[in-house]
Design a protein around this ligand. Structure first.
Ligand code: PMV
Length: 345
């Protein structure tokens, strides 16, 4: 099988030091305020990221395009203190230091500690209703780097913040932007060219419907799922080329406001990604029977002339794509469904 791996030419710490830089001899941590705040939206990939060419820096095998959902995301407040463990409060609950969420956050924060004895007080709120079944790691790490930038007064550009967020969770690099964003795969082994940028356009009639099937924790996390796919799935060989073609097609569809092309490419891209997951060993199947029933309902609606498509991430929930004029038909078909209009004024 083809080897997609690349060696990183920087450690995560050296990468962070490069990105933060030291302006005219000023220490990166010397301007710290008492508190820092950051807020970021969740995003949904229309053309997916699946597979890392390097794991320590989260370097993707392919680029991706997303749309952010306003009002659904994470708000994070940070302060510095001293002690043994970071104090992490998630949705008003203090976490044990050994909780998986806290450990992952603290490992990321290790890259930003002014001294060995510094701890962070983190107060983070997900404004994603748990019932929406959306992953919040993307908005979480984007909000966290914005809070770090505010706390230490770095005033980094958004593409640099995107580079930092990528280290926490790959898809987080796209959550620095409202609206559409493109995450460039990048070529360099130091990962400094793999960040997201805004696609500078709006699409006022575009709607996203959140169709919840199951909101429980997924059995296979995305990092492990991707690694297993890259290592064992024969079908994966075809994925990087399709993903890059889909990315270009989605980008063109967005710029031309060609909804059919957007919907078709996004749904095909999602199904192709899930096909690689299923052809992995051991197999990865995120779908539930209700996911399949919902897909069939979407296909039936299309046969009846309703322009609706879906995309799915590493979970059983569907995200429907449609234009405003189809909203009544969608609401009638699916009943209780949260509809987001990313560009509504
Ligand atoms: O960024 P991660 O490690 O949570 O991976 C995200 C993977 C997908 O959601 C399936 C695709 C994507 O591009 O967001």
């Amino acid at each position: 099988m083809k080897d997609f791996s690349q060696s990183a030419s920087l450690s995560p710490q050296a990468f962070v030091n490069q990105v933060i830089g030291h302006r005219s001899g000023v220490n990166a941590f010397s301007q710290a305020k008492s508190r820092g705040f950051g807020e970021a939206p969740v995003n949904i990939a229309l053309s997916k990221y699946w597979g890392k060419r390097e794991t320590s820096l989260n370097l993707p095998i392919n680029g991706s395009v997303s749309i952010s959902l306003p009002g659904l995301g994470t708000q994070t407040e940070l302060a510095l203190s001293e002690g043994k463990h970071d104090q992490i409060v998630l949705n008003d609950h203090t976490l044990e230091p050994h909780a998986a969420f806290a450990q992952r956050l603290s490992r990321f924060l290790n890259l930003f500690r002014p001294t060995e004895h510094t701890i962070f007080q983190v107060d983070t709120h997900n404004t994603v209703p748990t019932a929406a079944g959306l992953a919040s790691s993307a908005s979480g790490y984007a909000a966290l780097v914005l809070a770090l930038d505010d706390l230490f007064q770095w005033q980094l550009s958004t593409d640099k913040l995107s580079l930092l967020a990528r280290l926490g969770s790959g898809s987080a690099c796209r959550s620095l932007y409202p609206g559409f964003a493109i995450w460039h795969r990048g070529e360099r082994s130091d990962g400094l060219d793999s960040y997201a940028e805004a696609i500078d356009t709006t699409w006022p009639d575009l709607c996203i419907g959140l169709l919840k099937v199951d909101i429980g924790e997924k059995a296979v996390g995305s990092t492990v799922g991707m690694q297993q796919t890259v290592e064992t799935c024969e079908l994966y060989q075809a994925w990087p080329e399709q993903a890059e073609n889909d990315l270009k097609s989605i980008q063109a569809a967005i710029l031309e406001q060609d909804f059919e092309r957007l919907g078709q490419t996004a749904e095909h891209n999602a199904m192709s990604m899930h096909a690689t997951m299923m052809a992995t060993w051991p197999p990865i199947l995120y779908w539930q029977p209700e996911s399949v029933a919902a897909m069939q309902q979407v296909w039936q609606l299309r046969q009846q002339g309703v322009a609706v498509y879906f995309t799915m991430d590493a979970g059983p929930n569907l995200k429907l794509l449609f234009l405003k004029q189809e909203k009544p038909a969608i609401m009638q078909a699916f009943g209780k469904i949260d509809v987001i209009e990313p560009f509504a004024i």
